[in-house]
Structures are given as C-alpha cells and as structure tokens.
Design a protein around this ligand. Structure first.
Ligand code: HEC
Length: 475
C-alpha cells in the first residue's frame, strides 16, 4: 500500500534537491519547513476548542457531515494544494453557522494547531495571516526526503500519531508476584479467553539456563498471581502464543545443554502436550530450528514458526506445519528486498488469515499469505520486535530498538514505543512512547513482546527493564 506514496515522496525529494539552494533563501515552501510556532498552535488549540470542536471533534476526526481535519483523508484531499487555499476555504466558510466571523489572526492560529496535530513541525516564525504569503506554502502529505530509505513511509499520518498524546495510560506495577520472586526479562505475554494474563519471563534474570525457577506465570485479570510452571525446561524463553483452545505455545530460542531451539505446546494445567524441533540442536531443517523466535497457530490448527534471530546470518525463514505437526514447507530468503526477511522476530495473523511477520532487521512488517506468497511490506509501524492483532483487526507493534547511530538498530528519525493501528488499512492511529530518555545508548528498551485484550488493555513485555507493563485506554 506504500508503493505509490513512496514514488511520490521520491519525486518531491528530487524536486527539492534540484531547486535546493534557491528555495532555502526564498522562505518556507512547504508545511515541512516549520511554518508556525508552538505558542501559536497553543493559542490555536484554545480557539479551536471554542469555535470548531463541536462539529469537527476533539481528535479532529470529524463528526457527521463535518469532515476530518486530520489524518489520511484530510491530507490526501489537500495534498499538493497551498496553505493559502486551506486558509481561505476555512475563513470564508467556517464556522459553518457564522463564516468569516473570527479575526484573521484567529484563523491563522487555528490553522497552526491543525498543522501541528497532523504532525507538521513547528518553527521559529508565526504563520502569517496574508493569503498571498500562505499561497506560497505547499501542503505535502509526505515528508520530502533526500534519502530513499527515510522517505519510506515516515509520513505525516505516522508523525501525527506520534505527536498526539498517548491514547493509553501506563499502570504502575500491576502484576503481583509472590514475595520471593521478581520478574525477569520478558518478550512473551498473552491473554487467554478468560482474560487471564500469561507471562513467560527469563527466570528472574535474562536467561533460564541453570535456573530452577518456573518461568511460565499465570495471573488473573486483576493482576494477582495464580500459578507457575516450566522450571528447568528452557534456556531462553522468547515467544508465547495462546491458541483458540487456550493452549500455551512457547518458544525456547537457544540450543544449549541438551535443551532449547524448540517449540512447546502446554495445556493450562501445565501439562506438556507436544514439542516441535530437536532439543538442544540448532539447525534449520524440516524438523529442527536454528534460533526460533515465535510461533503462531492459525484458527484451523496450522502452525507457523519464525526462525532466525541473528542479523547477517541464515536462516530468516517461516516454517509451516499442519495441525498434526507435520512439516508442510518453509520460506524466506535472507535479505532486504521486498518479500525477503532478516530476523523474523514475531508473528501475528489478521481476520483475513494474512500472516504478519515482524521483519525486525529490515525495519518493517512483511505480510504473506499462508502459502508464503508475499503480499505487502509496511514500514509505518517502525522497527518491530513484537506484533499483535486483536479480534477487531487492531494491530499493536512494539518498537524496542530504533536508534539514530550507525550500527545495530539504525533507524534515524524513528521513536521507540508502541504503535497502534488498523491491520486492514495499515493506518497508524496511536502511539505510546517508550519512557527511555536516552534510547541511543542501548540496543533495547521498552516493550519487545506485546499483547492486547481487545477491551482496552495492552501489555508490553520488557527485556531491559525486567517488567511487564499494563496500559489502559484513556476514556
Ligand atoms: C456547526 C458545525 C461546524 C463548525 C462549528 C465548524 N465546521 Fe468546519 N465543516 C462543517 C461541515 C458540515 C463541513 C463539511 C461541509 C463543507 O465542506 O462546507 C465542514 C468543513 C470544513 C473544512 C473543509 C474540510 C475539507 O477537507 O474539505 C474545513 C477546513 C473546516 N470545516 C474547518 C473548520 C474550522 C477551522 C472551524 C472552526 C473555526 C470549523 N470548521 C467549524 C461543520 C462545522
């Protein structure tokens, strides 16, 4: 879905390059040049609340006949037109019951707020009230970029979602472990049909090797500890999936000491029902895994395993098994081309049965049908470590690694945190920022594993912080 926008952004980028030095002296040319100030947008927010909010809504999403003033529909409608046209259109027709009733300066302030809400950057000078001046500023939905890699989808809609307040509040210490046990690093969390939350931690540390602690932890919907099992069975718990029978599917990523590199299916009592892969053997075969990351069971019982945790090293593959566990096929060529994979870190499936792969090293989600046919790649959700899709096809993506410096996690301009959106359209609608003040200092922070209950709670499983955090939707 990003293809056309990508080409458009490239074309804009090329145009800017050609006209570069001249335009820089000419003053702002597009809404990306910082054409309003933060203070002006603040005033605009107050004026908007008074004069526009009733019809266009506090989230600028529009109500009834009143159109949205933010998001893809608004941006594509105005893309390529000028701020002068938007200003005149607004001033001469809005508020609908009293057009042109406000001061020109107030319309300019409101326009500044609309620009901010849509993710366009603030600058040093206020937005002028003169239509002639505004006529010279183009509305570009896509950010013009010199580099093709950066142009790939970090567009206004995504930045807009990142700039809005988080739609979720973080709850402090929700899960109550027994007094003698602390939470370890975790990338595995899931919610079962009863609303119980299951966490697999790395045995109060960042590894279970040599530990006797039980890493599979069950909590009630109120966060109270219920039970634990799995002591001594794993090296490095990595992925958890809860199927429609409420069975727990667990992945041990590392082979060592005669265990690991396996997928496990448990019932809720802790009984081991079956395993896939060869205990302690790291090999990318039809019945063995190299470094398995994640497992997913489709509604019909088909099993998918994502294999390969190390960038620059084979495999980077998806292995498909039938409901009985028989090998069907494997796909995935390691690389960065569309349809190739590098570190397939997590799996999710939407209601259409499309398989979403957190293609972490490629800073994108790669989407396949269940036979391995490549369908699409989405980079608007950041660098994904975790991905979860709820029953309403809302998608939740955890970016725990984006960093500016060259090297591991290189993804300049992208913030770490949880992006929420629509798995059908690919639209990003909300963002929960990671609290880490200096993300460039370390490879990971914040949620790696992610799950949602589809009723307003999100759970983020964190490796660095050794915690699982519950977020609750704001009313
Ligand atoms: C009483 C309801 C009402 C109020 C108040 C109102 N609007 Fe509107 N607005 C509408 C309706 C209905 C439309 C769609 C019909 C039209 O385009 O004229 C609309 C359309 C618009 C459009 C065109 C959107 C597009 O993409 O075509 C803009 C811009 C706009 N309004 C801005 C504002 C601003 C800014 C304010 C506050 C100063 C405001 N409106 C107040 C009802 C309202």
């Amino acid at each position: 879905m990003r293809g056309a926008g990508y080409i458009a952004a490239l074309a804009v980028g090329a145009g800017l390059l050609l006209g570069g030095p001249l335009q820089a002296q000419d003053g702002p040319k597009s809404v990306w040049d910082g054409v309003y100030t933060e203070a002006q947008a603040e005033r605009g927010l107050a004026a908007y609340a008074q004069h526009c909010n009733a019809c266009h809504g506090g989230d600028l999403a529009g109500t009834g006949e009143a159109k949205p003033l933010a998001g893809p529909e608004f941006l594509s409608g105005w893309n390529g037109l000028s701020l002068g046209e938007l200003f005149d259109r607004t001033r001469t027709s809005m508020p609908i019951q009293a057009p042109a009733s406000l001061d020109r300066a107030v319309y300019a302030d409101i326009l500044a707020y609309v620009l901010k809400f849509n993710g366009f950057p603030a600058g040093q000078a206020e937005l002028a009230q003169k239509s002639e001046f505004l006529a010279g500023i183009r509305i570009d939905a896509q950010k013009p970029q010199a580099s093709a890699a950066d142009a790939f989808a970090h567009d206004a809609a995504v930045v807009g979602a990142e700039n809005r307040p988080s739609p979720y509040a973080q709850l402090a210490s929700f899960f109550q472990l027994l007094p003698d046990r602390t939470m370890g690093s975790s990338s595995s969390v899931g919610v079962d049909s009863k609303g119980h939350i299951w966490i697999v931690d790395r045995c109060a540390a960042n590894s279970c090797a040599g530990s006797k602690l039980d890493p599979i932890l069950e909590f009630g919907a109120d966060g109270a500890f219920i039970k634990a099992f799995g002591g001594g069975m794993f090296n490095f718990p990595h992925g958890l999936f809860i199927d429609r029978h409420d069975h727990l599917w667990m992945v041990d990523n590392r082979a060592a000491g005669g265990k690991g590199a396996q997928v496990f299916e448990f019932d809720q009592s802790g009984k081991l029902l079956r395993t896939l892969g060869k205990a302690g053997v790291s090999a990318a075969g039809p019945d063995s895994f190299a470094e398995p990351n994640a497992v997913l069971v489709a509604p019909n019982g088909t099993i998918f395993v994502a294999d390969g945790h190390t960038g620059g090293k084979d495999p980077a593959r998806i292995v498909k098994f039938d409901a009985k566990g028989g090998f069907v096929k494997a796909w995935g060529v390691r690389g960065a081309e569309p349809g190739q994979l590098e570190v397939p870190h997590a799996l999710a499936m939407d209601s259409k049965g499309r398989l979403f792969v957190a293609d972490r090293w490629n800073n994108r989600i790669s989407i396949f049908d269940q036979n391995g046919k490549f369908l699409d790649a989405w980079s608007q959700f950041g660098r994904p470590s975790g991905v979860f899709i709820d029953k309403h096809d809302m998608i939740y993506v955890a970016d725990s690694e984006s960093r500016a410096p060259e090297g591991y996690g290189h993804h300049p301009g992208w913030k770490r945190g949880i992006r929420i959106g629509n798995a059908r359209t690919g639209q990003v609608t909300g963002f929960i920022p990671d609290g880490e003040a200096n993300p460039d200092k370390q490879a990971t922070s914040g949620a790696e594993g992610i799950a949602a209950d589809g009723r307003g709670s999100i759970y983020g499983a964190q490796v660095l912080e050794k915690a699982v955090v519950r977020y609750v939707k704001r009313p």
